[in-house]
Design a protein around this ligand. Structure first.
Ligand code: B12
Length: 332
């Protein structure tokens, strides 16, 4: 017989977190005998997870584990590992299992709840869990253990989750996703898209999400965006930041070309910083002229982007000029 995982026996604090009540309330329920708790050798209460969930259902208390029934314990253990700093492997395994079983709703819930978990900052979710999970989807597909359709299903689920995570996605009152209301200062504007010839969109969507969570208004241009379009729309929207995402096999030569072409199309009266990220390779500084940009930045993760933006903000970079109406835009 195997010993049950001790993490399935909750302290009053953990049970209180799960049930969204104060620990003293959990203790009161235990003392009255209505919520069953065992005692450790040291006299501390331990509430079995299944007992806590049964109690929650009986009392009509919703928990974030409800949508995963009957797999609550699997999700709980996988998230416990993340909280303990043991990484995302168990969560990835669960996500891959549900993908292979066609359980796309469970997969979406798992991604969504992980992203909202207090122990998982947004950039950690994107750079470690999401990127790692999709890397494994690619590997499983290469080994013939996942079909192309299942890889597409994973991409679709990720897109839907990245949309749901946008700040204010469900507000229908006309306020922007970046949270800037009519009474607030106009938010800085960024363009985000994937490199021309690159059909991978999730990296760019991840960058949009991070920028929106940092108060940017983002024009998301999608995958496979011609470099000229970045230049035209940057001016039309007076964007102060252009972010381009590259996925393999894109690499150093594509970075060098993007910087050169956008450098040629740059107009000093519409200054902006350029960030290229993802599969950027290791360009030789000799090949990569910094060009006329306010700043040029190469990154492999959303975490690096945030640190760079924070550095720029504290250095007090200039505010962007007012937008040019779309009708008056000209490339020359
Ligand atoms: C999903 C996927 C697809 C989907 C994309 C769907 C979609 N809507 O995006 C589709 C089916 C379209 C696709 C197509 C192809 N794919 Co594909 N794909 C993948 C897969 C499995 C996941 C990529 C992904 O979404 N990752 C998740 C995101 C969140 O991670 P990310 O992009 O790395 O972004 C993170 C960071 O890089 C960074 N970041 C990204 N961009 C930016 C930008 C900035 C500014 C900053 C700061 C940071 C940043 O932040 C993000 C968050 O951490 C990868 C496997 C892998 N190892 O990644 C293969 C993979 C990239 N694909 C591959 C291939 C071969 C192809 C195809 C050529 C297949 C074919 N024969 O048609 C085509 C290429 C089409 C084209 N012209 O681009 C190969 C590339 C191999 C290589 N070295 O060349 C891979 C590695 C799979 C493999 N193992 O073979 N693919």
């Amino acid at each position: 017989m195997t010993t049950p995982d001790p993490r399935l026996f909750l302290s009053t604090t953990r049970a209180a977190e799960l049930l969204a009540v104060h620990p003293s309330t959990v203790k009161r329920w235990c003392n009255s005998g209505s919520l069953r708790a065992d005692k450790t050798g040291g006299g501390h209460r331990r509430i079995p997870l299944d007992e806590a969930l049964r109690w929650a259902r009986r009392e009509g208390i919703p928990t974030f584990l409800d949508p995963f029934h009957p797999w609550e314990a699997n999700v709980w253990l996988a998230l416990s590992e993340v909280e303990e700093g043991a990484g995302f492997r168990r969560l990835e395994n669960l996500a891959l299992t549900w993908l292979a079983q066609g359980e796309s709703d469970l997969l979406a819930r798992l991604l969504y709840e992980t992203a909202r978990h207090p122990a998982v900052p947004l950039t950690t979710f994107l750079d470690r869990f999401l990127q790692g999970f999709m890397r494994r989807v690619g590997e499983e597909w290469e080994r013939g253990r996942l079909q192309v359709g299942e890889e597409h299903m994973a991409s679709q689920v990720v897109q839907e989750v990245l949309f749901r995570l946008r700040p204010g996605w469900d507000r229908l009152d006309g306020r922007s996703f970046s949270g800037g209301g009519p009474a607030q200062e106009a938010p800085p504007v960024a363009l985000v898209g994937a490199m021309e010839g690159d059909e991978h969109a999730l990296g760019a969507l991840a960058v949009r999400l991070v920028l929106e969570h940092h108060g940017w208004r983002v024009y998301y241009l999608g995958p496979n965006v011609p470099l000229e379009d970045f230049a035209t729309i940057q001016r039309a929207q007076a964007a102060s930041l252009v972010c381009i995402s590259l996925s393999p096999p894109k690499s150093t030569p594509d970075v060098v070309r993007a910087v050169r072409v956008l450098g040629e199309l740059y107009r000093p009266q519409y200054p902006y910083a350029l960030a290229l990220g993802g599969s950027v390779g290791n360009p030789d500084p000799v090949d990569l002229h910094p060009g006329p940009f306010e700043d040029l930045f190469l990154a492999r993760s959303s975490e690096e982007l945030v640190r760079w933006l924070e550095g720029r903000a504290s250095a007090g970079k200039a505010a962007p000029p007012p937008p040019v109406p779309l009708s008056s835009r000209r490339i020359a």
